[in-house]
Design a protein around this ligand. Structure first.
Ligand SMILES: [Fe+2]
Ligand SMILES: [Fe+2]
Length: 423
């Protein structure tokens, strides 16, 4: 999933925390947040902001990274680093109670459950010796950016794992079918995160998921917002993976690390997860069929797209390292995700209007100004003053993007008659 930052919602004290029991891993969809500069130093946690630091354990001597006394690498997080989420589980129970909600299409959920039980990727995530030797060949600045990619992805997957696992647990009595699907999705995310964490071991590192679970601050989103954010995260994750996979298939000279070869089947997991959230939203038409839903749908689209764009432009060397043009890649992912999202969301942004990317690029410039101010040695008060014009400009661009003429889309009826998306 992708994290929406501070601006998008009130971060309230969680009513029910996601259980902290497991340290198994998972990959995620792209959770994002905006507001304030997106810093390259915010290496961890693909789903949101938070305080507290995350850490990477040095698995072998000689790994190049600053260490503290305990041999751990501490990583600073900015306001924009990805987050972990929690929700109102009591409300979730109400929403999925078949006695209360007559919109729940039990036959559809049964058929989705059969898909998840089939577990098409059960034997897909098997490593081979290519990984380690490929990692050894990645040197220079690309090495650090590669590590960051693995860390962020692993943490984002893990974030999905925690949320889905708890939803599976909490909905067991109310709606066993929906609960089991959540549990099976947490299985997928655990598998994804575990695979990424093994990738980190090729770089003599390991993400301390237990530490992360215990120390991260969890952001509370009402169920309605969890649905929007998670749907977008899954679908944007799908489009990111499949786009990278197809690109590297056509340009094998850039295939510098074997993890990308797994993306084709992997992204099908994310696609299934997104389709499940689509079915969940159809069962809650009140989240799709009024003017407030349209405003929220646009807001979540904007948050996810802007955060991804700003984050990725900060990491251009990663995308260039695998032969992609970062901005072109991002716009392709945004356009495709938006087209997919238009099948279910009641309104989406007009991302295919050239003005959309022009404004994104203005945000990139303003974000860089904020980062530069942050890095300067000026006194704190002066820095605060220096930030004002950039923040005002940033807010102005965000508003202009949000207020661009939207595209009316989605229809519960229309979605029901559409075939499943295949790529
Ligand atoms: Fe995943
Ligand atoms: Fe997923």
């Amino acid at each position: 999933m992708a994290a929406m930052a501070c601006s998008m919602g009130t971060t309230v004290a969680p009513r029910a925390m996601v259980a902290l029991e497991s340290t198994t891993s998972s990959l995620a969809n792209y959770r994002v947040s905006f507001v304030g500069p997106i810093s390259r130093r915010s290496a961890l946690v693909a789903f949101g902001a938070g305080n507290g630091s995350s850490r990477v354990t040095m698995a072998a001597a000689g790994a190049a990274a600053p260490k503290n006394k305990g041999g751990k690498k501490e990583i600073d997080e900015s306001l924009l680093t990805p987050r972990f989420y929690t929700t109102d589980f009591d409300e979730m129970e109400q929403l999925f109670n078949v006695e209360i909600n007559k919109n729940l299409n039990e036959a559809e959920f049964e058929s989705l459950l059969a898909e998840f039980k089939a577990d098409y990727n059960q034997t897909h995530f098997v490593r081979n010796p290519e990984f380690k030797s490929a990692a050894d060949n990645i040197q220079g600045p690309l090495r650090q950016i590669f590590i960051e990619f693995l860390e962020r992805s692993c943490t984002a997957e893990f974030s999905g794992f925690l949320l889905y696992k708890e939803l599976g647990r909490r909905l067991k009595k109310t709606n066993p079918v929906v609960a089991e699907i959540f549990t099976l999705m947490s299985r997928d995310e655990a598998r994804h995160a575990g695979f990424l964490n093994k990738g980190l071991s090729d770089f003599n590192l390991s993400l301390d998921l237990g530490f992360l679970t215990k120390t991260r601050k969890y952001t509370f989103f009402k169920p309605q917002f969890i649905f929007y954010a998670t749907y977008l995260s899954e679908k944007i994750g799908y489009w990111r993976y499949i786009t990278i996979f197809r690109h590297l298939k056509q340009n094998p000279e850039y295939q510098c690390y074997p993890i990308f070869k797994y993306f084709e089947n992997w992204c099908q997991d994310e696609n299934r997860h997104g389709d499940f959230f689509s079915a969940l939203m159809k069962a809650q038409p009140q989240f799709l069929n009024d003017w407030k839903a349209k405003l929220w749908a646009r807001f979540f689209c904007l948050s996810v797209y802007v955060t991804m764009y700003l984050n990725d432009v900060q990491r251009t060397s990663f995308y260039e390292g695998i032969g992609l043009n970062t901005r072109d890649f991002d716009m392709h992912v945004i356009v495709e995700t938006n087209r997919t999202t238009a099948r279910i969301f009641p309104a989406v942004l007009d991302v295919e209007n050239p003005e959309f990317q022009q404004r994104l690029d203005k945000l990139v410039v303003l974000n860089q100004q904020l980062i530069d101010v942050g890095k300067s040695n000026a006194p704190a008060a002066l820095k605060a003053l220096q930030r004002v014009p950039a923040i005002l400009g940033f807010v102005n661009e965000l508003l202009a993007l949000y207020l661009m003429k939207p595209v009316d889309s989605g229809s519960v009826d229309l979605v029901e008659s559409e075939p499943q998306m295949v790529y």
